[in-house]
Design a protein around this ligand. Sequence first.
Ligand SMILES: Nc1ncnc2c1ncn2[C@@H]1O[C@H](COP(=O)(O)OP(=O)(O)OP(=O)(O)O)[C@@H](O)[C@H]1O
Length: 280
Amino acid sequence: MTEVALETKNLGKRYKKLWALKDFTVALPANKVIALVGANGAGKSTLMSIAAGILPATEGELHVEGRVVLLSQDKPLYRSFSVADMLDFGRHMNAVWDQQRALSWLGRFGIPLDRPCGKLSGGQQTQVAMAVALGARPSLLLLDEPLANLDPVARREVTGELLGEVADSDMTVVLSTHVVAELAGVGDHLLLLREGHRTLDGDVEELLSQHVRLVGPRADRPPVEGRTVLSQHTERQSTFVVRTLLGPESPVAPPWQAQAVTLEDLVLAYLKAGRGEGEL
Ligand SMILES: Nc1ncnc2c1ncn2[C@@H]1O[C@H](COP(=O)(O)OP(=O)(O)OP(=O)(O)O)[C@@H](O)[C@H]1O
């Protein structure tokens, strides 16, 4: 059985009248990179803050294994501290500290140790914050869009290195984003939130193999059994994204065509789907 890094049961968070998270039940697998995706306001930060213990839940249960570190977009760095001072600070603030791991991260991205943090670029500051987070040896590292100010190449490098860190340790990483185009190759597991609810959750490869896009003549329903996630129609043509056990390889009667979906297609289909439609 897969080990679980984070488990919730009917978790809910209410801010005055608004439920930012509601009836949220999930079990996220350990030692994976989990992409947490949702539109603005879907509840990603709320979930991460509760998991990190800095925000109390209104109702429900949450259980995490081991040490949790949350890194958000506003990086916790002292501007006058040099990079080396920040590592010293990390060592003093954490009961467990891996200096070598922190140094090795900075070395990979060429960050000078003697430079004051305030004189580093936004992207370099992100790398320092990442090094301090990794030095704390978290079992669960929650990254709340901290990569937003990295250029696309640097972001790809960071996510690649993170996958390596996960492979070399028992760490689990949850990485939140609403930049759907950047998802490919980033996560092993996808968790999609919409308006505080879990909309889709599963192993990325499995999810891709369970969905198919069907294109054919205008029709009210797709030509296969399954749950329709998204329907789009023009005057003469219909396109459906369907969750089906048949998979994208199975034949459909012509003139219908079955196409595999990419991760980006899949996420966009669920994000676009009307409320209720496509819910699991
Ligand atoms: N402190 C707060 N007080 C009141 N409402 C809040 C507070 N924090 C968040 N919310 C509301 O809760 C909902 C979920 O917010 P949250 O920040 O968790 O979403 P998110 O998915 O992280 O969004 P984004 O991608 O924009 O960062 C939103 O509707 C937001 O307006």
